[in-house]
Design a protein around this ligand. Structure first.
Ligand code: AMP
Length: 332
């Protein structure tokens, strides 16, 4: 295996919001454009989602939605091999093999598992083993680069440890050691209450909500109680924090002046944000609408992705099986 390969996974987990676009999709596109990767893989991590025990119908729906969401948000399938994790079940085969190179003590130090225990939960084996499945995701495709946030650094370290251990055991390079690439983050996008925008805080502005919901979400942005004519510091305002991402530069300068000089009410600022958002979101919505009516196209993208991913996976697994002495009838 050769070349620079970027891999990233997305867990299906409900309606995508502006934070997902500015914190995940856009940095991913920028990474793709800034580096000359030979191949880029993006998979929907539906096996990973099982650790949270969603119902089958919920997971089905979330998986279908997230594929449309990410394609509509601009994942370009001509540059990216996009596939469903479960379309390459070899990843579970590799997980099982890697499990034998990972100590229980090491997994007990993983943040997600430690957090769950600290909160009095009784984690299932899936959650405990999550870092090994993640290592398999990365190593199966010979990935050399993985975009990671702070919270994922430990998992990537575990992946590198596993790769080194297997390579040392086999006295050859079965897996390249993946490196982290730090995406050019726009920073944390605040939600309508000023905390990090997150589904779990109920403070999101969704990418694909209908206009009525979008308006409701914008109008719910929390502000202080300064009167319209009072000067305001835009840098302390949750509305302005979103304007900065969405509103075109000229309009933004005007809004900033309105804040600093006074005369712009929070209500007006919200109305303007709502208008900017409608314009900003329109092309994403149109693409999503087109895709919703074109399941043949979605199936084609996922099938082509799965075919490429499976071919790479099989190359890796042939080597791994052979090194570990795992036979098939065809070996007799
Ligand atoms: P989540 O929806 O929490 O699973 O996050 C999926 C991706 O979106 C991750 O790469 C996050 O870093 C990114 N993301 C989620 N919320 C935000 C936010 N408020 N600001 C920036 N990035 C975010």
């Amino acid at each position: 295996m050769s070349g620079k390969r970027l891999l990233t996974g997305i867990k299906p987990s409900g309606s995508v919001h502006l934070g997902n676009y500015f914190g995940a999709v856009k940095p991913f596109q920028e990474l793709q454009n800034a580096h000359d990767f030979d191949q880029t893989f993006l998979f929907i991590a539906n096996y990973h989602a099982l650790t949270g025990r969603p119902t089958g119908s919920d997971l089905t729906e979330m998986t279908q939605e997230i594929i449309l969401d990410y394609l509509a948000m601009g994942i370009n399938e001509s540059k990216t091999v996009m596939f469903l994790q479960s379309d390459v079940p070899r990843v579970t085969e590799l997980t099982w093999m890697l499990n034998n190179f990972m100590s229980v003590a090491h997994l007990e130090r993983a943040h997600a598992y430690k957090d769950a225990v600290a909160h009095g939960k009784d984690p299932n084996v899936g959650l405990f083993d999550y870092p090994v499945l993640m290592a398999a995701d990365i190593l199966l495709y010979g990935s050399t680069h993985v975009p990671v946030g702070e919270d994922q650094k430990q998992h990537l370290e575990m992946t590198r440890d596993l790769a080194e251990e297997v390579n040392a055991d086999c006295a050859k390079e079965i897996f390249p050691l993946p490196e982290s690439v730090i995406p050019n983050r726009t920073g944390i996008l605040p939600g309508t209450d000023g905390n990090k925008m997150s589904k779990s805080y109920g403070n999101t502005i969704e990418m694909f909500a209908d206009e009525k919901t979008l308006r409701k979400q914008v109008m719910a942005i929390v502000t202080d109680s300064k009167r319209p004519e009072e000067p305001k510091n835009p840098e302390e305002c949750n509305i302005y924090a979103l304007h900065k991402h969405i509103t075109p530069a000229d309009d933004l300068a005007e809004i900033e002046r309105g804040y600093r000089e006074g005369g712009l009410s929070y209500k007006e600022s919200k109305e303007q944000l709502f208008e900017s958002l409608k314009i900003f979101l329109e092309p994403f919505r149109e693409r999503r609408h087109d895709l919703t009516n074109n399941s043949d196209e979605v199936r084609r993208i996922l099938q082509e992705g799965a075919d490429i991913a499976n071919a790479e996976a099989e190359k890796t697994m042939r080597k791994v099986r052979s090194e570990l002495g795992i036979l098939s009838y065809s070996d007799f």
